[in-house]
Design a protein around this ligand. Structure first.
Ligand code: D9A
Length: 442
């Protein structure tokens, strides 16, 4: 694994450096309980459910699990339990072996299940990746019930809205229009952004103003989910699932040839034109995500929110006009690049730099391929979306710069006052001293 990452980044020294730094500096102390053997607590002891929750967290997503465990201590456990609750819902929604008679009541009643001590579910399909989480789901409920009620309310409320939304789409609602597309992404990802923001502000680490409108919080989720949906086109199609909105792909396939026809080599121009239009649709969300992250105050929360966002914008630059989405699928940015982005996402200035770099990169790719594909009308929309990102950052830099300048001037002004004061006091003391010496001599 590691060697593959190094070889892939051989031509990128900054990525090699990031990989080395990551390997040498990040200790395993952060991610405890990564193996069943590391669970020391006895099954009936209060620590057992706590340790099992982190075992499941590390099992379901290694890299992201670390970022959750680096969150401020007040937020780490509520976010861990929220993450596992979402994984539980996801595992039921994704399970194509479950009949709707079983699936729908589970999804619509998942917020109630969170309060059912000892509840577990053993009927997941054998190939469901996180079925073991549901088999031992009682440990998640035990830890959920230990959380402060203010966090329980946020998590249960999101479980209710997401469970019902997922059930609507499992009952047959299709992703036909772009509005359906936004609604589906709202249910499975927008509500995650809304839930996390609720936890952030309930913790007192972020201002309540963050939760005023759900608009920006929702866009944080839509941005990540739409990038995943573009990436997973082929894999989803093979599993008999499709989340691309027909209102868009319908323009690029022959009468009832179906979304699958885009993966046929002879339709590559239509496929790329469709892909690029979906890239426009997701790039338009970027300024709102930057707006959301600009409001964050707690560094560990900014880092937690920024990492998936910078991975997403880097992924769009990789997917844009890339036929591998239709031929092989499973496109991923290099591990070395991912680690480098983790370091660049520690400050908001770093996040802006990354978004600016990829917006310019996509605009450059766009200009190099202009007019090559007769089916593709996304040239202008792409350049507009990229310039909107760069314009937001420049405006924010100016504002930030002005604020920084104002801040600097304020500090300079205070420093000047202090110096003047010190000067006055010193000269006063000097004068007193000389007067005293004079009296002494007299
Ligand atoms: C997130 Cl609690 C997710 N999803 C992600 C991961 O980031 C978001 C699932 C549960 C939680 C959080 C996320 C992170 C920070 C702030 C957020 C946010 O909002 C303010 O969600 C909107 O992808 C899943 C959804 C997109 C459905 C929400 C990042 C993550 N990355 C994976 C890589 C991958 O490709 O899945 O899980 C990983 O690093 O393993």
């Amino acid at each position: 694994m590691a060697t593959a990452a190094f070889t892939a980044s051989l031509g990128h020294p900054s990525e090699i450096y990031a990989l080395l730094k990551y390997k040498l500096t990040t200790s395993d102390a952060v991610t405890k309980y990564t193996t069943l053997e590391s669970i020391t607590a006895k099954k009936d002891s209060p620590e057992y459910s706590y340790q099992m929750c982190y075992y499941f967290l590390n099992k379901t997503s290694r890299s992201f699990a670390r970022v959750i465990q680096e969150l401020h201590p007040e937020l780490c456990h509520p976010v861990c339990i929220f993450y596992l609750t979402l994984r539980g819902l996801d595992t039921i929604e994704d399970d194509m072996t479950l009949d709707n008679k079983v699936k729908l009541p589970l999804l619509r009643g998942f917020d109630k299940i969170m309060y059912k001590k000892g509840w577990t579910f053993k009927e997941s399909g054998p190939n469901e990746k996180d079925r073991i989480l549901l088999v031992d789901y009682d440990v998640v409920i035990t830890e959920f019930l230990k959380l402060k009620p203010k966090y329980q309310v946020v998590i249960a409320n999101i479980a209710k809205r997401m469970g019902n939304g997922m059930a609507d789409f499992c009952e047959g609602k299709k992703v036909k229009t772009v509005a359906d597309y936004d609604l589906y992404c709202h249910y499975v990802a927008g509500l995650v952004g809304i839930g996390l923001t609720g936890l952030f502000s309930e913790s007192g680490l972020e201002s309540a103003s963050l939760t005023e409108s759900e608009y920006l919080q929702n866009r944080m989720g839509l941005f990540l989910q739409k990038v995943n949906i573009i990436k997973d086109y082929l894999e989803d199609w093979k599993d008999g699932r499709s989340f691309w909105p027909e209102e868009i792909w319908g323009k690029y396939v022959w009468e009832n040839a179906g979304l699958g026809s885009l993966s046929k080599p002879e339709n590559i121009n239509d496929a790329l034109a469709c892909l690029n239009e979906l890239c426009v649709n997701v790039l338009k969300l970027a300024p709102d995500c930057l707006e959301y992250m600009a409001k964050l105050k707690e560094p560990s929360v900014l880092h937690f929110c920024a990492i998936p966002q910078v991975m997403a914008i880097a992924s769009i630059a990789l997917f844009f006009n890339n036929n591998v989405v239709f031929t092989k699928g499973g496109l991923k940015i290099r591990r070395g690049l991912a680690v480098k982005l983790i370091y660049e996402a520690t400050t908001f200035d770093g996040v802006k730099e990354v978004f600016k770099k990829y917006a310019l990169d996509i605009a450059r790719q766009n200009s190099l391929r202009v007019g090559k594909n007769p089916k593709d009308e996304s040239f202008m929309p792409i350049s507009e979306a990229c310039s909107d990102i760069v314009r937001w950052i420049n405006k924010h830099d100016v504002v930030a710069g002005t604020n920084k300048k104002k801040e600097r001037e304020r500090q300079e002004f205070i420093a000047m006052i202090v110096m003047a004061l010190v000067g006055a006091i010193t000269s006063f003391c000097m004068i007193q001293f000389f007067k005293w010496v004079k009296t002494w001599e007299a």
